[in-house]
Ligand binder design. Structure first.
Ligand SMILES: *[C@@H]1O[C@H](CO)[C@@H](O)[C@H](O)[C@H]1NC(C)=O
Length: 253
């Protein structure tokens, strides 16, 4: 029996190679990174807590299975988990659970810049992007060791954010986020900003229907700005899974 188990583990280890992910906080302030996996899409999860405190200039390195599907990493700002830990413990990006985001419902409260990953997709590529679909809360960059393109939003989109989208604000009045047009839409169920209702296809949800598309895309051309931004050609990035790329996510690059 022992031999059987050892053999089985050895096979699993050889068959599912892992990648190395590094999350670097280059912001001159503490943030609280978070990781979420859509368990409806796949069961593989990174070998790291679903949330942690990252002081300025700190790095965390962890292993991620090379079949990680529908994963996301983001940063939370201005958190205090001492009382009432949950989605409102942070000014933005907070999640159900508090410091540790709930495995099933712990996505970030918008606005939040997201690093999104599907490793080893059906086409043989890793897919990755920096998404502003849920709005913006921190500058971010994804680099890789596979020689593939950088995905990034390197600009602080808070200070110049259009007034209708600006915020939330910290205690000094500084904007720590810039909301998406979808988030402020009064009719999100049938919206050209959210690509919902009668606008739920690429043909019926052009970028021209998103009022502030150009603010986000001109500042962050290599980011994924709205639900059907793939047509821009600079939203969703791929890298051959056969190269086994490692990835670094840098906040405030
Ligand atoms: C990924 O990182 C691991 C561990 O640091 C290293 O052994 C491997 O060579 C790296 N792979 C690539 C493609 O850079």
């Amino acid at each position: 029996m022992k031999l059987t188990i050892a053999t089985a583990l050895g096979f699993v280890g050889a068959a599912s190679a892992a990648r190395t992910f590094t999350v670097y906080n280059a912001c001159p302030f503490t943030i609280w990174p978070a990781v979420f996996t859509d368990l409806n899409v796949g069961s593989a999860v990174p070998s790291v807590a679903t949330g942690w405190e990252a002081p300025a200039w700190s790095t965390k390195t962890f292993s991620v299975p090379d079949n990680w599907k529908a994963g996301r990493i983001w940063g939370r700002r201005n958190c205090n988990f001492a009382t009432n830990p949950g989605p409102n413990s942070c000014l933005d990006g907070g999640c159900n659970g508090g410091l540790l985001c709930d495995a099933h419902t712990g996505t970030g409260v918008p606005p939040a810049t997201l690093a999104e990953f599907t490793l080893g997709a059906a086409d043989g590529n890793d897919w990755y992007d920096v998404s502003l679909v849920d709005g913006y809360n921190l500058p971010m960059r994804i680099t890789n060791t596979g020689g593939c393109h950088v995905a990034d939003c390197p600009v602080d989109l808070g200070p110049n954010c259009p007034s209708a989208l600006k915020g939330p604000f910290d205690s000094s009045g500084f904007p720590v986020g810039c909301k998406s047009d979808c988030l402020v839409d009064s009719n999100p169920g049938n919206s050209p900003s959210c690509c919902s209702g009668s606008h739920n296809t690429p043909a019926t949800c052009p970028k021209s229907g998103v009022p502030h598309y150009n603010y986000f895309k001109s500042n962050c051309p290599n980011s994924y700005v709205y639900a059907y931004d793939e047509s821009s050609g600079t939203a969703l990035w791929t890298c051959p899974a056969s190269k086994k790329p490692n990835y670094t996510i840098t906040f405030c690059p």
